[in-house]
Design a protein around this ligand. Structure first.
Ligand code: ARG
Length: 229
């Protein structure tokens, strides 16, 4: 291994919005768990840095990176051209996309077009929120996290939720949300990345660690653990 064992490792502060299972959420003892959490810990091990997570609102993450109050973030964050103006991203680590969730007995909502003039719940600051804004006449309700938006759908206060498909599918399966389903079409193809401030020297370390765990089987172990694949 490179470097002497006595050399102190640096600690990177990692921002996350911790209500996005299975990527990041609170375990039974209140500790942070999830795919993204394991991923960053293993990237740190491979690249030689420690991680310290800091929870915050999703829409506060990019401002925190720009202000350099955190070093990086992991939060199921989609790499978009707009965000790339503000921050740098690691190589992509997960393929996702947006899906529409509706009540199981709903027959008329099948696509983005069929959401016209409907009540749609989204999480603030997300790609789902951006997609919802494009729907003519939609009444958009914005929530601090994705589970709250799904709860609102279960309660019948909105007609649909636009959220990342893996998160909505996990919620339906693991929390036994029997009353909900996802419509068949994925709305988008999105890739998650790990953002840092522009020009951050840490991005190389993060990419090196990510490449190492993609190549040595660690990534696959984490994937199996959280997606039972
Ligand atoms: N992938 C979506 C986005 O980047 C949603 C991410 C939400 N993540 C979270 N931890 N709440 O906008």
């Amino acid at each position: 291994f490179i470097g002497s064992p006595a050399k102190a490792q640096k600690t990177l502060k990692i921002a996350t919005e911790p209500a996005f299972p299975p990527f990041e959420f609170q375990g039974s003892n209140g500790e942070l768990v999830g795919f993204d959490i394991d991923l960053l810990k293993e990237i740190g091990k491979a690249a030689g840095f420690q991680v310290q997570f800091q929870s915050m609102q999703f829409d506060g993450i990019i401002p925190a990176l720009q202000a350099k109050t955190v070093d990086a973030a992991v939060s199921g964050i989609t790499i978009t051209a707009e965000r790339q103006q503000a921050v740098d991203f690691s190589r992509p680590y997960f393929k996702a996309g947006l899906a529409i969730a509706v009540k199981s007995d709903n027959q008329d909502i099948t696509s983005l077009e069929s959401l016209q003039n409907k009540r749609v719940a989204v999480q603030i600051g997300t790609t789902g929120a951006l997609e919802a804004k494009k729907i003519p006449g939609a009444k958009i309700r914005t929530f601090d996290n994705a589970p709250l938006s799904l709860q609102e759908l279960l309660n019948g206060n909105v007609d649909a939720v636009i959220n990342d498909a893996p998160v909505t599918l996990y919620a339906i399966k693991e929390n036994n949300l029997k009353g909900l389903k996802v419509t068949s079409q994925l709305l988008t193809e999105e890739y998650y990345g790990i953002p840092t401030a522009k020009g951050s020297p840490n991005l190389d370390d993060i990419n090196r660690g990510l490449t190492a765990i993609l190549n040595n089987g660690t990534y696959e172990q984490i994937y199996r653990k959280w997606f039972n694949a």
